[in-house]
Design a protein around this ligand. Structure first.
Ligand SMILES: Cc1ncc(COP(=O)(O)O)c(C=O)c1O
Length: 382
C-alpha cells in the first residue's frame, strides 16, 4: 500500500497485485527463453502467445499484428521511423500535431535532419484536430499521419473514426499514440481506419518497460532492431516474458467498464469543485470528450510547482506537467499549442486518476486544495 493519495496516474500507475502475481513465476522458476525448444522455453512462449491474443482481442486485431516492444517510446520511434524509411520512395511528407508526446516530437525533429518534411497541425483550444484541416494538409508526397489519441496533459480524445477516414481516402498510413487512451476509450481496428497503434503497460497498472505496436497487415514498415529475428523479424531481442505476461493481465483487468464509470464520476466531482475556487480554469474538454481520468487546471497567479509542493507535504501526489517533460525548463509545448500563455502554463496542475482512487481521496484533496491556493495567493507577487 502506498502512503498518501496518488493522483499522478498519467505519469505511471501502480502495478495491480494480480498483475504482479501473474508475472512472478516468469521472474522466478519459469525463466526460460521463449526461443528455446525445451519445456522451459516453450512455457514462456505459450505465456507470450496468450498475452498477444489478449492484447490483439482488446482492439479487434489479429495476434500477428501485435509486436512487443520496450514501451511507448520505442513503439512511437519504431512506427514513425519504420514507416518513414520503408516508404520514402513514395514521398517525404509526414503530418503530426503540436500536442504530441516528446517521443513523437523528437522523432520528427530527427527525421527533419534526414530530409523528411514535417507539417504540424494546429488544434482548437480544447486540443482537437479538425478532420477538414487534416484533409487539406495531405498532399501527394504525404506518407504518414501521426496523432496522439488521448492527450497526456489535458486528456483530449481525438475522433479516430473521422481522422482515420481522411487518411484512408488519401491512402496514407495513420499512426496513433494510444498510451493514455488504451482501455479508457474504444479502439477497434475493424471499425476505425488506423494502421499503427502505440500501446504500453505502465499506464494501465502493468509493469514499466513493456509496450506494443499494432501494425495492420500488409503495412510497409522497416525493422530497426536487428538480431535474433524475434517478433517475426520486426523487433529482435529476447522477449521480456514477465513484462509481456504482466501487460496481458493488466489489459484483462482493465476491460471492466465499471472502472471507467468510477473514474469518470471522480473526475466530474473534482472539476465541479475546482471551478468553485476563484480564478481557476480547466484545460482540455473537461467533459466526456476527454479521458475519464485526467483533469488539468490553471490556478491563475500561482506557480503550479508551489501547489504540487504543498500537496506533497500533505502526501497528495499530483503533477505540473507530464513526468516525461517536467525536467525541461521550457513551458510544456502541448499547453502552449492549445493557447495558454507561458505564465498560465506555469500555473497548471494535472490530477490524473486511476481505478484505485476513491471518492474519499478526492474529498480530502478538495479539503486541502482551496486552503493551499488561498495561502499561496496571499504570498504571491502576481
Ligand atoms: C502519450 C504518451 N506516449 C508515450 C509515452 C512514453 O511511454 P513509455 O514511458 O512507455 O516509454 C507516454 C508516457 O508518458 C505517454 O504519455
Amino acid at each position: 500500500m502506498i502512503k498518501g493519495i496518488y493522483l499522478d496516474n498519467a505519469a505511471t500507475t501502480k502495478i495491480d497485485p494480480l498483475v504482479l502475481r501473474a508475472m512472478l513465476p516468469f521472474l522466478g522458476n519459469q525463466f526460460g527463453n521463449a526461443s528455446s525448444p525445451h519445456a522451459l522455453g516453450q512455457s514462456a512462449k505459450k505465456a507470450i502467445k496468450e498475452s498477444r491474443s489478449i492484447i490483439a482481442e482488446s482492439i479487434s486485431a489479429d495476434p500477428s499484428e501485435i509486436i512487443f516492444t520496450s514501451g511507448g517510446t520505442e513503439s512511437n520511434n519504431f512506427a514513425i521511423k519504420g514507416i518513414a524509411f520503408a516508404n520514402k520512395n513514395k514521398g517525404n511528407h509526414i503530418i503530426t500535431t503540436k500536442i504530441e508526446h516528446p517521443s513523437v516530437l523528437e522523432s520528427y525533429q530527427w527525421l527533419e535532419g534526414q530530409g523528411f518534411e514535417i507539417s504540424y497541425l494546429e488544434t482548437d483550444k480544447h486540443g482537437f484536430v479538425s478532420p477538414d484541416n487534416l484533409d487539406r494538409a495531405i498532399d501527394d508526397k504525404t506518407i504518414l499521419v501521426s496523432i496522439i489519441h488521448g492527450q497526456n496533459e489535458f486528456g483530449t480524445i481525438q475522433d479516430l473514426s473521422a481522422l482515420g477516414e481522411v487518411c484512408k481516402k488519401h491512402k496514407v498510413y495513420f499512426h496513433i499514440d494510444a498510451c493514455q487512451s488504451y482501455t479508457k476509450t474504444e479502439i477497434n481496428v475493424k471499425k476505425q481506419a488506423v494502421d499503427l497503434i502505440t500501446l504500453n503497460a505502465h499506464k494501465i497498472h502493468g509493469p514499466k518497460g513493456v509496450g506494443a505496436l499494432y501494425v495492420r497487415k500488409a503495412t510497409r514498415i522497416m525493422a530497426w532492431q536487428h538480431g535474433g529475428g524475434q517478433e517475426r523479424g520486426r523487433r529482435s531481442g529476447t522477449e521480456n516474458a514477465a513484462g509481456i505476461v504482466g501487460f496481458g493481465k493488466a489489459v484483462e483487468l482493465a476491460s471492466d467498464k465499471c472502472h471507467l464509470e468510477k473514474m469518470r464520476g471522480m473526475k466530474n466531482m473534482l472539476i465541479e469543485e475546482l471551478i468553485k475556487i476563484p480564478r481557476v480554469k480547466i484545460n482540455g474538454p473537461g467533459d466526456e470528450k476527454g479521458l475519464p481520468n485526467i483533469v488539468n487546471a490553471v490556478f491563475f497567479g500561482i506557480e503550479g510547482e508551489a501547489i504540487v509542493g504543498f500537496l506533497d507535504v500533505e502526501k497528495i501526489y499530483a503533477a505540473t506537467g507530464s513526468a516525461c517533460s517536467s525536467n525541461k525548463l521550457e513551458p510544456n509545448p502541448a499547453l502552449i499549442a492549445i493557447g495558454l500563455m507561458p505564465q498560465e502554463v506555469n500555473s497548471t496542475v494535472r490530477f490524473s486518476l486511476s481505478r484505485f482512487n476513491t471518492e474519499k481521496e478526492i474529498k480530502k484533496l478538495l479539503l486541502k486544495l482551496p486552503e493551499i491556493v488561498r495561502k499561496l495567493r496571499r504570498i504571491s507577487p502576481f
